[in-house]
Design a binder for this molecule. Structure first.
Ligand SMILES: O=C(O)C1=C[C@@H](OP(=O)(O)O)[C@@H](O)[C@H](O)C1
Ligand SMILES: C=C(OP(=O)(O)O)C(=O)O
Length: 435
């Protein structure tokens, strides 16, 4: 659906609880399949991507009772998973497919994962290759989906230095490592989101992380020893980031994002906003959990340098960083962000093309972008390329443009943030958020 987005300078005010975290919801659903028994998931994100993970576990025989803001998942455990579903559709979700590959390695039935046109162009050998090193049979279709996973018998642990910083690859390997016969050691080039390690540890898995990014995973002798802990899903900082960006851009704004994940591996965008000059206040809910409230207050912004090490902590927010940089005084250089080229679309190219179309001074680099600010943005026609994050970034850009922006398709927001445009309209009508 095409949408005409009109400029709007209403300050962004009040308190907003963004939709629940996509990464944590995926994991809660997928990990519930591991333990024979019932797992409660509080505040799951109900969106297209997480419904793909739900479909995956249901095809393994997990029963899902979806209540009001709570899902109850009951699994027979990997040794009793249904073997008659041989093809599983992961839709648009890279997380479902990659973590799914690790999960499917835990049972002896062969299964094939497929995805939509976008997911079928994203690299899967990054998971397949190390799984094969463990002795698991994995076939890709010239590095892409469909991906067939078949565990033909006992397989060994893995010692693996990851060539790219990817939480999805790491998580798939950790899952497979739980079913190996020997200890595994996985090394990351830079730290990435560690929800998998934290949540599996909560379930009783023996996983040890060192300061120099080594992750040791002990094989699990018996799935029945896993604890059936309930998972409470906080708000998603990556979804909240669109509102934080608007608040940082529009004078007079001050917005509190309520009950969001404050995991240091997830709030790199907010640290960067602070570095650019925005005011960020953080209030933790408890000393033990990384959940709390984050307030963004508008201040004039300056350009920054984003280094490769910083990128994983704001990986899905980089298109927004580029937008912020168009309004900041001075140059912003983003490097080490080549992973953006293998997301739902090539997010470096899509960001540069779209922001140029609106008048930004932005240059494409192989591994990032250079942005010269500040530049007023004007209206024009832009394209989401079927990418939810691109559509929402462009909606933020449209608000600060001087004339209307025509966005070719907005349906992709259903992937991670189905209510985004309802809330956008609410704000455009001059309302504050009250959550
Ligand atoms: O593990 C996860 O939940 C995710 C990891 C990131 O992908 P990569 O691991 O490919 O960087 C991120 O872009 C994606 O939105 C979610
Ligand atoms: C890249 C994303 O997700 P996935 O890799 O799960 O498709 C995203 O949500 O921005």
């Amino acid at each position: 659906m095409v949408m005409e987005l009109t400029p709007c300078r209403h300050p962004v005010e009040g308190t907003l609880r963004p939709p629940s975290d996509k990464s944590i919801t995926h994991r809660a659903i997928l990990f519930s399949a591991l333990a024979p028994g019932t797992v409660r998931v509080l505040h799951p994100l109900v969106a297209q991507d997480t419904l793909s993970s739900r479909r995956l576990v249901e095809s393994l025989g997990v029963k899902v009772e979806a209540g009001d803001d709570e899902w109850i998942l009951t699994s027979p455990g990997p040794s009793q998973w249904k073997s008659d579903t041989t093809v599983i559709d992961c839709g648009n979700s890279g997380t479902t497919m990659r973590l799914g590959m690790g999960l499917l390695a835990l049972s002896s039935s062969p299964r094939t994962l497929i995805g939509d046109a976008s997911l079928s162009k994203r690299p899967m050998e990054r998971v397949a290759r190390p799984l094969r090193q463990m002795g698991i049979d994995v076939e890709t279709s010239q590095v892409y989906a469909p991906v067939m996973v078949h565990n033909r018998g006992p397989y060994r642990g893995l010692s693996y230095s990851m060539p790219m910083a990817s939480a999805q690859v790491k998580s798939a390997l950790i899952l497979a490592a739980l079913g190996a016969t020997t200890l595994s050691e996985i090394v990351e080039p830079y730290p990435t989101r560690d929800h998998t390690e934290q949540m599996l540890k909560q379930m009783g898995a023996r996983i040890r992380m060192t300061a120099d990014h080594h992750i040791m995973v002990e094989p699990l002798q018996d799935w029945r020893t896993l604890d059936l802990v309930p998972f409470r899903v906080p708000g998603d900082p990556s979804s909240g980031a669109f509102w934080a960006a608007l608040a940082a851009l529009i004078p007079g704004s001050s917005l509190t994002l309520k009950e969001i994940s404050l995991s240091p591996r997830r709030i790199g965008f907010f640290r960067l906003l602070q570095q650019m000059g925005a005011r960020i206040d953080i209030e933790r809910e408890s000393d033990t959990e990384d959940i709390g409230h984050l307030t963004v207050t508008h201040q004039p912004l300056g350009g920054v340098t984003v280094t490769p090490e910083q990128v994983p902590d704001m990986i899905d927010e980089v298109p927004l960083v580029a937008l912020m940089a168009t309004q900041a005084f001075g140059d912003t250089v983003i490097s080490g962000a080549e992973e953006l080229r293998v997301k739902e679309t090539d997010r470096i190219q899509a960001t540069v093309t779209n922001l140029k179309q609106l008048g930004a001074h932005i240059e494409e680099r192989d591994d990032g972008m250079v942005i010269h600010g500040p530049t007023p943005l004007h209206g024009g026609s832009v394209r989401s390329f079927g990418d939810h994050r691109m559509a929402m970034m462009l909606a933020v850009a449209a608000a600060i443009a001087t004339s209307p922006v025509i966005l070719d398709d907005v349906s992709s927001v259903a992937i991670s943030y189905p209510t985004f445009f309802e809330q956008y309209q609410h704000w455009q009508q001059g309302y504050a958020f009250h959550d």
